[in-house]
Design a protein around this ligand. Structure first.
Ligand SMILES: [Zn+2]
Length: 387
């Protein structure tokens, strides 16, 4: 393990420090007070987070109710649009009807005109070719004259009829014109409503984006809350554990009587040494994965756990064990092989008893034992304690 890794460990393991502080008798009063302070800090954080969640929820409720209002306005507009569409279809049908009527009048007009032309031809023919001849040659002049006038009268009637058809057609065209302008008006109204609807729909999608952001925010706050609550549970557990506390004097390194945590190795085998608070918090023994780790001295297991992040991956010390030696010192064994811990909190261990195996769990780049000595919760240089 390099120095950087271990610096990171210091940052992550504040809680662990608290736990350790709590377990050393000589600083019993201070550490429990500290734990209580931590607990009220966390209580405040939990309260703050709950307030934030309530705020987010009320924003969400407001946004959702705005969406409901907008949606009901939209469906009102949709009804209007449907009505207008029906009206437009009615007007279109009327226009088509008028157009058919106009076409009928035009046909009538053409037929009538043709009839008139025929009569006029007949009249002309009788007037030019026959009139004088007939006057001179007709056997029955009165017949001819009556015939001629009859044609002329009929032509006059035809013209009157044509005018009537023309007038009817004009009237229908005027009606059609009116319908077309009504249609234009309906279309304008419909367009305006459609625009309103579109703008409301875009408001709705903006509000929905707001809601989705708020949902994400709430999820984040809930996750935070869960972490705080987990911290709280741990602290409470640790507070409960400070039943067996040490009241004697702290043993000196030479009198501690530690053996090596890795059988067969000595302080000369330390691969990364102790650098104090701003550096490495313990001594590392690089060894192959699965190497046996033993208790350096008899005592009681205070901690035997795995530190994991919210995704369930190992973090910080990974799988680690803390033993209280009831002489004012505690020892910590970190990065143990997954599932290799053989001791549980509260359990008594004897010197040399196997407690687990070397691994690389947590903030570690390769198999090694990270070994710490703690006095009053603070780490001290473990080297003088080791054989
Ligand atoms: Zn280390």
């Amino acid at each position: 393990m390099n120095i950087k890794d271990c610096v990171r460990i210091i940052c992550i393991s504040i809680l662990t420090l608290i736990i350790l502080l709590s377990s050393v008798g000589i600083v019993y009063a201070t550490s429990s007070q500290e734990l209580r302070n931590q607990q009220s800090d966390i209580d405040a954080k939990i309260e703050q987070t709950n307030t934030e969640i309530a705020g987010v929820k009320s924003q969400m409720t407001a946004a959702l109710s705005q969406i409901n209002t907008l949606n009901s306005e939209i469906s009102g507009y949709e009804n209007d649009i449907t009505k207008l569409q029906t009206q437009l279809e009615g007007v279109n049908a009327q226009i088509t009807e008028k157009e058919t009527n106009i076409a009928e009048q035009e046909t009538k007009y053409a037929e009538q005109k043709k009839l008139l032309e025929e009569r006029l031809v007949a009249l002309y023919e009788s007037g030019t070719t026959s009139y004088l001849d007939m006057l001179l040659t007709s056997e029955d002049l009165s017949d001819f004259i009556s015939n001629y006038y009859l044609i002329e009268q009929m032509a006059e009637a035809d013209e009157a009829l044509l005018e009537k058809i023309e007038n009817t057609k004009k009237q229908i065209e005027a009606e059609k014109e009116y319908l077309v302008s009504a249609k234009t008006e309906l279309e304008t109204t419909k367009q305006a409503i459609e625009q309103k609807k579109t703008s409301l729909a875009s408001s709705v999608s903006k509000k929905k984006a707001v809601v989705s952001n708020l949902t994400a925010e709430e999820a984040e706050l809930q996750a935070q809350l869960e972490e705080f609550e987990e911290d709280k549970r741990r602290i409470q557990a640790e507070l409960a554990k400070i039943a067996s506390n040490y009241t004697g004097e702290v043993v000196a390194p030479s009198a501690a009587g530690y053996i090596s945590p890795i059988p067969g190795k000595t302080k000369r085998n330390i691969t990364t040494g102790y650098y104090g608070y701003k550096g490495h918090t313990g001594a590392d023994f690089a060894c192959s994965s699965g190497t046996t780790i033993v208790a350096v001295k008899s005592g009681t297991v205070v901690t035997s756990t795995a530190l994991r992040n919210s995704r369930g991956n190992y973090k910080s010390y990974g799988e680690y064990v803390v033993i209280d030696h009831h002489d004012g010192t505690m020892t910590l064994y970190a990065h143990m092989l997954s599932g290799s811990r053989t001791v549980s909190p509260g359990q008594s261990v004897s010197q040399g008893q196997m407690i687990g195996q070397v691994g690389s769990t947590g903030n570690s780049t390769g198999p090694h034992l990270h070994f710490e000595v703690r006095i009053g919760g603070n780490h001290v240089n473990p080297t003088p304690y080791l054989p």
